[in-house]
Design a protein around this ligand. Structure first.
Ligand SMILES: [Zn+2]
Ligand SMILES: [Zn+2]
Length: 701
């Protein structure tokens, strides 16, 4: 690297010294100025060019032609220095088409479309470069229709399109997915002399790929006399976009066999293809083989891991990326933060947050939103709130994350207060905002408030969705108003779906067995493979002592091949995530974990814990039942945490993929007394913050 930098550094230094000298001397000749201005262009040095211009003005130097000024103009345009370019242009004694085109390109460079138009209109004469500048500027600023209008106008005004005009016009068609016009331009390309021009031909092929005719694109690609890497890349990424990962990988192999060297764009497309295919490890192998990985590569790999449910790998790779001094963009960071949220990994989440602050991207909207979500999902809404409050600009999504975050963490009052503030600050709530406030009401059993918010959905000009109805049914059912919940379903404008019936079934107690049967029968028809509903109904029968019905439901469940979710829990110790399944037989430290758990159960029984075996379905003896619930995955996770950090004061965080059962809920309350440490469990529906024998959910589970 050092060798590469030196010559330009030297060039810049020489230039500065030459111009310093100029200022000590006084007037200079036209050829001196010409030589120096070319020197400025060569080293792309805006500052020295400005000094040169001021020297000429100081010496009242008037060049005989516009060459020197045009060169300066071009440099200013290239550096995006609009006002300098405009000022110089205004002062020029003589202007020609090059001066006008240079000014035009200055405005095009920074995308000032309005000014661009007015400069173009003021031009006394134009050439094809002027038109191409306009077309390219519009096409790259997503003003594709405007670009195409200029392409037509150019020809009307008597100018032949050049290769640049074709490429830009074709790209505009691809952007607009205007296949009809694109094909017309393709026709023109064939008739004209551009058939062998690789840039134009790539644009034609890309048009077909982007507009969905991938086979025709491939046909054109195969027929290309000259190809370059871009030709391969657009075909390869076309296959990925069309969801044809196998074709993509085939072409990639062919490309390498015929001696082409893939670039970063190729590689990231092929990585995406592997991910589409679910071949995550193949993607990783390829990734490992890349010598110089750019941030696109890293991002593709990290996002791919995260989307394939391999969050831990995503996090590991992210730290590797940082160690390699590759700067992640906000998209990568927000993906990584979301992975932390999914794992509820506060350790990694905080580490990424620290990096984010160091890199100065903490005010980025995408990143802040992900951080707010992450802290809420890790059970620390207070930290989320700090970020939320310092965000200069908020949107509804971020308000929703915060409201929902409070609701799920059992801080209903905070959620509702925040919602009221959101209204005061003139944000219009959407469907998700209402799910947030209704969940808050559910968690504290606020039926009256819940009704008020539910009614306000219509007052806001929206129709309550099935999610809102499901919330209301849960709220009414839990407060003992099963009849009202049933009435609500009957009066719904939507056809009730699984969500609705599940909500109803889950709030039925043994006194509501008739309603439970109605709800369960609907679910059996709508989603026969969902084991949860069979288990819920069978538990209700068991609670009523109706063992015959228990057997009927269980054999129905078996005949429908309904599978229970395998339940698991995980904890984070240090920077490692440990996963436990119920009755775990695989963990390397199994013996210690079970003996710690038994010790804990003994202590808890002394302070009043009584294992609740009523919920166990198995037709097994009492002792077996006891063992089965004693070994639920969250209990194992707790025991493991106590082994690893016996004297800690920090909360123990456990994440569970399904809802915590009644027995574990009681167990954790007692455990929080015995170990005098907070225990936070995130289950599939909410957070439970256990401390001093109480849970934040106030047992409204
Ligand atoms: Zn349990
Ligand atoms: Zn709870």
């Amino acid at each position: 690297m050092a060798k590469l930098i030196k010559p330009t550094m030297k060039l810049k230094q020489q230039l500065r010294e030459a111009i310093d000298l100029l200022f000590t001397r006084g007037p200079a000749s036209s050829s001196d100025y010409t030589r120096l201005v070319l020197h400025c262009i060569q080293s792309n040095d805006f500052n020295q060019a400005k000094r040169l211009q001021s020297h000429m003005e100081l010496q009242l130097f008037h060049p005989t032609d516009s060459f020197i000024h045009n060169q300066l103009l071009h440099l200013y345009a290239k550096c995006g220095k609009i006002s300098d370019a405009q000022q110089l242009f205004d002062k020029m004694p003589k202007r020609d088409i090059y001066s006008w085109n240079a000014l035009l390109s200055a405005y095009a460079k920074v995308g000032l479309v309005e000014d661009l138009n007015s400069v173009f209109d003021r031009m006394a004469y134009r050439d094809s470069v002027s038109y191409n500048t306009m077309i390219a500027c519009f096409a790259s600023n997503w003003l594709s229709s405007k670009a195409l209008r200029f392409f037509v106008r150019m020809q009307k005004d008597g100018f032949q399109p050049t290769q640049y005009s074709y490429v830009n016009a074709l790209q505009a068609c691809s952007q607009l997915l205007d296949f009809r016009l694109g094909k017309q331009i393709h026709g023109r390309v064939v008739v004209g002399e551009f058939e062998k021009n690789v840039f134009v031909w790539n644009a034609v092929t890309d048009l077909y790929a982007k507009c969905g005719d991938i086979d025709k694109a491939r046909w054109l690609f195969d027929g290309m006399v000259k190809k370059n890497v871009v030709s391969f890349n657009l075909m390869i990424s076309g296959y990925v976009k069309m969801g044809k990962p196998d074709e993509c990988i085939n072409l990639f192999n062919k490309m390498q066999l015929s001696g082409w060297k893939p670039d970063q764009v190729t590689v990231s497309s092929v990585l995406n293809a592997y991910f589409q295919y679910g071949r995550v490890d193949d993607a990783r192998n390829m990734f490992n083989k890349i010598d110089k990985k750019d941030e696109i590569c890293w991002t593709t790999m990290i996002v791919g891991y995260a989307q394939s449910g391999r969050e831990v790998d995503a996090l590991m790779l992210f730290s590797e990326m940082l160690r390699g001094n590759v700067r992640p963009d906000s998209h990568t960071i927000s993906t990584v933060v979301s992975s932390c949220a999914k794992l509820a990994s506060l350790y990694h989440g905080q580490a990424v947050h620290g990096k984010v602050i160091l890199m100065g991207v903490d005010s980025n909207m995408l990143v802040s939103s992900a951080l707010v979500d992450m802290y809420c999902k890790c059970g620390v809404p207070l930290d989320a709130r700090v970020i939320f409050e310092t965000m200069p600009i908020k949107n509804v999504i971020i308000w929703n994350s915060m409201i929902l975050g409070y609701a799920q963490n059992g801080e209903a009052q905070e959620a509702l207060t925040l919602y009221e503030r959101m209204l005061q600050e003139n944000f219009k709530p959407d469907n998700i905002s209402f799910v947030g406030v209704l969940s808050a009401c559910i968690n504290t059993n606020m039926v009256k408030e819940g009704r008020k918010y539910f009614n306000s959905i219509s007052e806001q000009g929206m129709t309550p969705t099935l999610d809102h109805y499901a919330c209301m049914i849960t709220l009414l059912g839990r407060s003992g108003n099963i009849d009202k919940a049933l009435d609500l379903i009957k009066g719904m404008p939507h056809k009730p779906d699984c969500r609705i019936w599940s909500a109803l079934l889950s709030v039925c107690s043994k006194g509501d067995i008739k309603t439970a049967e109605v709800a369960a029968n609907h679910i059996f028809q709508l989603d026969p493979h969902n084991a949860g509903s069979y288990i819920m109904l069978s538990n209700l029968y068991a609670a009523c002592g109706r063992w015959k019905d228990v057997a009927v439901v269980r054999s129905l469940m078996k005949s429908k091949n309904a599978k229970k979710f395998s339940a698991y829990s995980w904890v984070e110790i240090g920077n490692e995530v440990h996963i436990f399944v119920s009755d775990d037989h695989n963990h390397p430290e199994l013996d210690r974990i079970y003996s710690e758990l038994n010790r804990l159960i003994g202590i808890l029984q002394q302070i009043g814990y009584n294992p609740d075996t009523g919920i166990v379905l198995h037709n097994v003896g009492e002792e077996e039942k006891l063992r089965s619930i004693s070994h639920h995955s969250e209990k194992l996770a707790l025991a493991f945490s106590l082994i690893k950090k016996p004297n800690g004061a920090a909360p123990i965080r456990i994440i569970k993929n399904i809802r915590i059962c009644d027995d574990c809920h009681v167990f954790m309350k007692f455990a929080s007394i015995a170990i005098t440490r907070p225990i936070i469990i995130r289950d599939s529906s909410r957070f439970h913050h256990f401390f001093g024998g109480k849970c934040s959910c106030k047992d409204h589970r």
